[in-house]
Design a protein around this ligand. Structure first.
Ligand code: IMP
Length: 481
């Protein structure tokens, strides 16, 4: 058995067309999975994407697999084909016996024999996987593998585009009308964003999570609870999974009969899957949980006035880790001086520093603004140590018009450092008046006033663990501070 070159070629052409179509990520990946499986004469295919911390794989699209198989949950990468993380192709001859298969019993029930895993790489870094399934045991040819590696390259581009898509979708949230007109209903196999929830309280819960930018998956996994011989007789599907907290959540009302039944299932689930972290929440519990993480109406931190959260704490941390990796790589073998301007940069500076793997020292400056428009800069605290002949990285919280940074860079250059670069967490490009060079950028922010994670409005909001947009009506004058 084996496909011809022509088959691979036309499948790749078709897959490229899907990749460039305006369909939702889910539908693009479903179509890619179908074309890939058909071309290699397999029974099923799944396109999986890795979460940024590389802990679990989530289904982005699938073909030829049952709902039960797809809903067996996000796959733990370290238990399920960890070689994929090293960019290796993985072959499993018999899925029912191989110890690397996380759910062998379900594979048996579904009649799956052989599995081929192809890593999806972005500049050598694993970001997902294509998994091919066959009912009959079989080997895959080199031609099959090289075809699937090309499909994986296209998937990497699709995922990259989807990140852009997600950013754009955040803007859609502002206008419900636009959002509705852009909505494409996903296929029934969806484990990501559903358009309908089983219960209105679930939708409220999802909205609250969205407000705080807490990543969530709806009904991502079904846990078998009871078996009748080889068949599953009872299952439990928690409502949500919050990957950043590694927490499954089942929402509940206070109706006693439902509560008793759910408690029974949860007890059983905990017996069978002790490693699973699951909570039964009513509305009050949920608010308390949010408060524990510094969010929500019961939290201590000031959130009123924040229109919406732009970057969650987890998202900022991920981005800071990536920036730190790039900086450590670029300055390998060198000593670096980090310079920050008080006070907005404190959170970013502290997190960035801790993630750098090269030797660093740091220094701070303080400035004040004067003049009619509040934009003439004066240094009120200068550096403690000389930077002459040193590699200097200017660390900024946000670059807006660029006037402050331009002034500071001129001041620092006069001291003849060996090199001078800039790393900013936020780049508000739309308001730029002076073209300043930015070497490392965390996020491009829209033209809105943002607070949190060190950034303030009139001295407030600095301690929020996220970056949020301040309600425009609260901002009377926009003097930097
Ligand atoms: P620039 O000189 O216009 O680039 O302004 C830079 C300074 O303005 C930053 O260091 C902040 O202190 C402040 N700033 C600009 N935009 C914001 C914002 O959206 N939130 C909080 N502070 C801001």
């Amino acid at each position: 058995m084996g496909s011809s070159r022509g088959t691979y070629y036309s499948a790749l052409k078709q897959i490229n067309r899907f990749a460039n179509s305006p369909l939702s990520l889910r539908r693009v990946c479903n179509s890619v999975a179908k074309s890939a499986a058909t071309a290699v004469q397999a029974n099923g295919c799944r396109i999986l994407c890795l979460n940024p911390r590389k802990e679990y794989l989530i289904t982005s699209g699938a073909y030829g697999l049952s709902d039960l198989y797809l809903k067996k949950g996000p796959l733990d990468v370290h238990r399920s084909l960890p070689d994929i993380l090293d960019g290796k192709v993985v072959f499993i001859a018999d899925a029912t016996k191989d110890r690397r298969v996380q759910y062998p019993q379900i594979a048996r029930e579904q009649g799956i024999s052989s599995i081929l895993g192809i890593p999806i790489l972005d500049r050598g870094d694993a970001i997902g996987e294509i998994r091919i399934y066959t009912r009959e045991p079989r080997q895959f040819s080199e031609a099959d593998k090289s075809f699937l590696l090309s499909v994986a390259d296209i998937c990497a581009v699709i995922f990259e585009g989807a990140e852009l898509h997600q950013l754009l979708e955040q803007d859609y949230k502002v206008s419900d009308k636009r959002r509705k007109s852009s909505r494409v209903s996903p296929l029934p196999t969806t484990t990501l964003r559903p358009t309908t929830f089983a219960h209105p309280s679930e939708e409220d819960f999802a909205k609250l999570l969205d407000f705080y930018c807490i990543e969530w998956l709806y009904e991502p996994r079904s846990f078998p609870l009871r078996w009748d011989g080889d068949k599953i007789a009872e299952m439990f599907t928690p409502d949500f999974y919050l990957p950043e907290l590694d927490l499954y959540v089942e929402l509940t009302t206070l109706k006693q009969n439902l509560l008793t039944e759910k408690n029974r299932k949860l007890r059983r689930l905990r017996e069978l899957y002790p490693e699973v972290n699951i909570r039964l929440l009513n509305k009050n519990d949920f608010l308390k949980l949010l408060a524990k993480y510094g969010y929500g109406p019961l939290g201590e931190a000031k959130v009123e006035g924040v229109d919406r959260v732009l970057y969650s704490h987890a998202k900022i941390q991920r981005r800071v880790r990536t920036l730190a990796r790039h900086i450590s790589r670029d300055y390998a073998g060198q000593q670096l001086v980090l310079i920050g301007i008080l006070k907005g940069v404190v959170c970013f500076m502290a997190d960035l520093m801790q993630n750098l793997s090269i030797p660093v020292t740091m220094d701070f400056m303080a400035i004040s603004y004067y003049g009619g428009d509040g934009q003439v800069v004066k240094i009120t605290r200068d550096l403690d140590s000389s930077i002459t002949g040193q590699h200097v990285l200017m660390v900024e919280d946000i670059v807006d018009t660029g006037m402050t940074l331009n002034y500071i860079l001129n001041h620092l250059s006069a001291h003849n450092p060996a090199s001078l670069r800039v790393c900013t967490l936020l780049d508000k490009r739309a308001r730029r008046l002076i073209n300043v060079p930015l070497n490392y950028i965390g996020f491009d922010v829209p033209d809105e006033f943002v607070v949190g994670y060190g950034l303030d409005y009139k001295g407030q909001y600095r301690n929020l663990p996220f970056v949020g947009i301040l309600h425009p009506e609260l901002i009377k004058d926009r003097k930097p501070g």
